[in-house]
Design a protein around this ligand. Structure first.
Ligand code: ADP
Ligand code: MG
Length: 249
């Protein structure tokens, strides 16, 4: 198998007596979509946060692109190319689409003091070009001056990807991108993610099983902080542990 770009090794994390991550190992290889599924509270978001840097693992290591990043900050990890979208949208709804991309790009770069950086940034030709290029890549170019609250949910998800693209990510971490989308929106976003995987592989936390089964090259199943199975779509669908523990059969 190709060398993994992301390599999570024996990561554990407890909240008091609760083991939210119990010795988790998982990899992401170039070109793939690796889906992480599991019931609510299984520890999916907790794992994503430990990879992105928002939460420190109690033990274990996270390797990215041949480098150990376990102790690096979120901003340092983003700079190295860990692109992330959030379970709850981080977009500023009353800003324009282009402003959100610039705002996000600044955030990634660790320049969060808005007053100091945002106004000059909106005049920064190089940064605006990065923003428009990212919008073009997700097909939102014509919405650059639209107020973000006017976008559909699906378009907002694409906008979040555009924000992540400003740092030329080497992987995408996505926590429930289909949440809040109707059937049609999910289908459209599924098509979009299927294209996006060619830019960078995706670690995809998702409840929408239609999306997972149509997109994933591999699926890992997390139950009570433990990965109980990893395999192809067919392997996971026919795995008796998964059927009883997760699919409720
Ligand atoms: P999932 O994303 O799979 O629904 P989470 O990773 O959000 O699950 O949560 C896993 C478990 O850890 C849950 O029982 C949750 O209540 C708990 N948990 C998550 N974050 C914290 C926290 N900051 N402090 C205490 N408990 C937490
Ligand atoms: Mg979650």
């Amino acid at each position: 198998m190709t060398d993994p770009i992301l390599d999570v090794r024996n990561v554990s994390k407890s909240f008091g007596a609760l083991k939210a991550s119990d010795n988790i190992s998982l990899t992401l290889v170039p070109g793939e979509i690796h889906a992480l599924i599991g019931p609510n509270g299984a520890g999916k978001s907790t794992l994503i946060k430990q990879i992105a840097g928002g939460l420190k693992a109690d033990s274990g290591e996270v390797w990215f692109d041949g480098e150990e990043i376990t102790h690096k900050t979120t901003v340092a990890r983003a700079r190295l190319g860990l692109g992330r979208t959030f379970q709850v949208s981080s977009l500023a709804m009353d800003y324009t689409v282009a402003q959100n991309v610039v705002l996000g790009a600044l955030g990634h770069r660790g320049k969060i003091g808005l007053k100091g950086f945002f106004r000059p940034a909106m005049k920064d030709k190089a940064l605006l070009e990065v923003a428009h290029d990212a919008l073009a890549q997700v097909g939102l170019e014509e919405f650059a001056n639209t107020i973000t609250s006017e976008l559909s949910h699906g378009q907002r998800r694409q906008l979040e990807v555009a924000v992540a693209l400003t740092l030329s990510p080497k992987v995408f971490l996505m926590d429930e991108p289909m949440a809040g989308l109707g059937a049609e929106g999910s289908q459209r976003l599924t098509g979009f993610l299927d294209q996006l995987r060619h830019k960078a592989p995706i670690l995809l936390v998702e409840h929408d099983m239609d999306a997972v089964f149509s997109l994933a090259d591999r699926i890992s199943v997390l139950v009570y902080g433990e990965i109980v199975a990893t395999g192809t779509v067919d392997e996971i669908r026919s795995n008796p542990i998964v059927r009883s523990a997760y699919l409720g059969e």
